[in-house]
Design a protein around this ligand. Structure first.
Ligand code: S3P
Length: 437
């Protein structure tokens, strides 16, 4: 398996264009596919996960032209115009596997089997299958609640109210999309607010959202979708390892223009502020089509970092950044505690076990908890070998740790970054060479 050696860097500097948002690219492609019009999506993400989504919509008979990574023209076929094939490979993409069944359930086709790679095959899909069945859909998992998912199309869907046991934007999105095909109102209530990209895109596409306190809903069946042409912002979760690299070694600064600043995604910024890091935001504006806020994030080396505690309620706002919080904690004075994050156990890897294994192998003092971890900070981190465990976020964690370590880090399985950020190694190297200049 290809590995990457990341030597320590005395300083990092420069401007990096982080890749396009993965969550929004998936959603834009899926909603464009069932729009009543041809939709142009600019600045899409070209990575393995979004390649899976383009493949999936094409397999459903939707014409997609242009290049991923640039502009795509998606010839929408309308809400009921998909022609699902017998099987679709979702690769490593959990978002695709959890959102697509909602659209497939509303088609007049036979059935479609959704499967994925070994990592996706271990992830829970009953969290969408069960509530979809409660709406009348024929969606079934393998015995352990895992893929493959079998979607028996042609069932009549009826709206209902779903109380989610854990906050999940993927589950919420799936149920709202199913609500477009259902008779009556479909409501979703979450224990804490998760990212709302689907809601924003639905509203932009002309679907009125129902709101009642924390609950969000749609009234179906929807007459049609008119997603406007849109631009995808840069992904906060892909920018995050570079932000943390900047906080650990940025001198004079690491600059990241055009990054999505959706408040339900940027919990890391609040945590960094609590820890005493010097991160600022400039050039705030809004993008058209989905109206996502973006800005330039500027991260400079922090003189000292203080430990902090992450509580359950803020977990959804930085769910994909929690591995990086562990790394920050390894350098922060005191004990950094992450709690209420058992969801990490069912990500692309068991991210509680893998984060603890990686940071411990590099010399950090970190303990595993059932629902998170505790890290005791030290002024420095030794370095060593980190195994990405097939998980893109772990590969990036190991590489950033290498820059801030004493002896460097060899990240094995580094190619996992291809799922969300294929150019990550090149961008880190650019920051290191400009920092050394
Ligand atoms: C995502 C939501 C989150 C996140 C994942 C992408 C999305 O998952 O961890 O990387 O695009 O909606 P959950 O919905 O399972 O929390």
């Amino acid at each position: 398996m290809p590995s990457l050696r990341v030597p320590p860097a005395a300083s990092l500097a420069g401007e990096i264009m982080a890749p396009a948002d993965k969550s929004i690219t998936h959603r834009a492609l899926l909603l464009a596919a069932v729009s009543d019009r041809s939709v142009r999506v600019d600045a899409t993400l070209d990575a393995e996960d979004t390649q899976s989504t383009v493949g999936a919509v094409q397999r459903c008979g939707v014409e997609v032209s242009g290049e991923l990574g640039g502009s795509l023209e998606v010839a929408g076929v309308g809400l009921r115009g998909l022609r699902p094939p017998p099987a679709i490979d979702c690769g490593n993409a959990g978002t695709l596997m959890r959102l697509l069944p909602a659209l497939l359930a509303g088609q007049s086709a036979d059935h479609c089997v959704l499967d994925g790679d070994d990592s996706l095959r271990r992830r829970p899909m009953d969290r969408v299958a069960r509530p979809l069945r409660a709406m009348g859909a024929g969606v079934f998992t393998a015995p352990g609640g895992t893929p493959p998912l079998v979607v028996d199309c042609r069932q009549r869907l009826v709206g209902c109210r779903h109380e989610l046991p854990v906050a999940s934007a993927q589950v919420k999105s799936c149920l709202l999309l199913a609500g477009l095909y259902a008779e009556g109102e479909t409501w979703v209530v979450e224990p804490a607010p998760s990212r709302d990209h689907t809601e924003r895109l639905l509203e932009a596409a002309g679907v009125p959202l129902l709101r009642d306190g924390d609950a969000v809903g749609v009234r179906g069946p929807a007459e049609g979708l008119g997603l406007p042409d849109m631009e995808v912002p840069r992904d906060f979760s892909s920018a995050a390892p570079l932000i943390v690299a900047g906080v650990l070694r940025g001198d004079p600064a690491v600059r990241l223009p055009g990054v999505n600043l959706n408040a339900r995604r940027t919990g890391l910024l609040a945590v960094l502020e609590r820890m005493g890091a010097a991160v600022t935001v400039e050039d705030r504006r809004h993008l058209g089509g989905g109206g996502e806020p973006v800005g330039t994030i500027v991260a400079r080396r922090a003189t000292t970092l203080h430990a902090t505690e992450i509580v359950a309620h803020e977990v959804p706002s930085l769910i994909d950044e929690l591995p990086l919080v562990a790394l920050l904690g390894a350098f922060a004075a005191g004990r950094t505690v992450v709690r209420g994050a058992s969801e990490l156990r069912v990500k692309e890897s068991d991210r509680i076990a893998t984060v603890v294994a990686v940071l411990r192998a590099l010399g950090a003092t970190i303990e595993e908890r059932e629902d998170g971890f505790e890290v005791e900070g030290h002024p420095s981190l030794r370095g060593g070998e980190a195994d990405a465990a097939g998980d893109h976020r772990l590969a990036m964690l190991g590489a950033v740790a290498g820059l801030a370590s004493e002896t460097g880090v060899v990240v094995s399985g580094f190619e996992a970054v291809g799922v969300s950020y294929p150019g990550f190694g090149r961008d880190l190297a650019a920051l290191a060479s400009e920092g050394a200049a």
